[in-house]
Design a protein around this ligand. Structure first.
Ligand SMILES: [Cu+2]
Length: 174
């Protein structure tokens, strides 16, 4: 038997005021972009952008000035997708062999970075700002120290003896 009773739903519209909290704001519209200097003498054009837009994390992080005095800093080396990446300790730069190379590197979560000492530039170490990882001091060629980055974030580190020379580095984990 079919029940042909039409249930009539009396929809009671409760006139409760929907308190819509405005979720606007905070969508970081990057303000202070390029100011055009009017009339610069026209050698423009041709920016060869060879960056492959992989993870959508375009743009170079500023590191809050962290890399400012790092002589060999030349952008962020993209090593995302690699499970292990080597960074040289005691590469050329900063007035001697006082750099990490590459100074800044972008990796995927779970990547192990192996710092490998060149043996140049006296004793170096690898010490995270605020702790997290720290190697011993060594001047031995082929000495290594490694750390696996299991959480996304930006990690800054230094060589303690040569920090003021600009022997600093950064790891962007995404
Ligand atoms: Cu050093």
């Amino acid at each position: 038997m079919f029940e042909s009773t039409r249930t009539r739903r009396s929809v009671v519209l409760s006139t409760s005021t929907l308190a819509l909290t405005a979720l606007a704001g905070c969508s970081g519209s990057s303000g202070g972009g390029g100011e055009d200097d009017g009339g610069s003498g026209g050698s423009g054009g041709g920016s060869t952008d060879t960056e492959s837009d992989g993870g959508g994390s375009g743009g170079t992080p500023s590191f809050d000035g962290w890399m400012e005095n790092v002589g060999n800093y030349d952008g962020v080396a993209d090593e995302t997708g690699s499970s292990e990446v080597t960074v040289a300790v005691g590469a050329s730069g900063n007035g001697g062999n006082f750099t990490f190379d590459p100074a800044a590197i972008r990796v995927s979560t779970g990547t192990t970075i192996v710092w490998e000492w060149t043996g140049q530039g006296a004793q170096h170490n690898v010490a995270a700002e605020g702790g997290g990882f720290e190697s011993d001091l060594s001047s031995e060629e082929g000495y290594t120290f490694e750390h696996t980055f299991s959480e996304a974030g930006t990690y800054k580190y230094v060589c303690t003896p040569h920090r003021t020379l600009g022997m600093k580095g950064a790891v962007v984990v995404e």
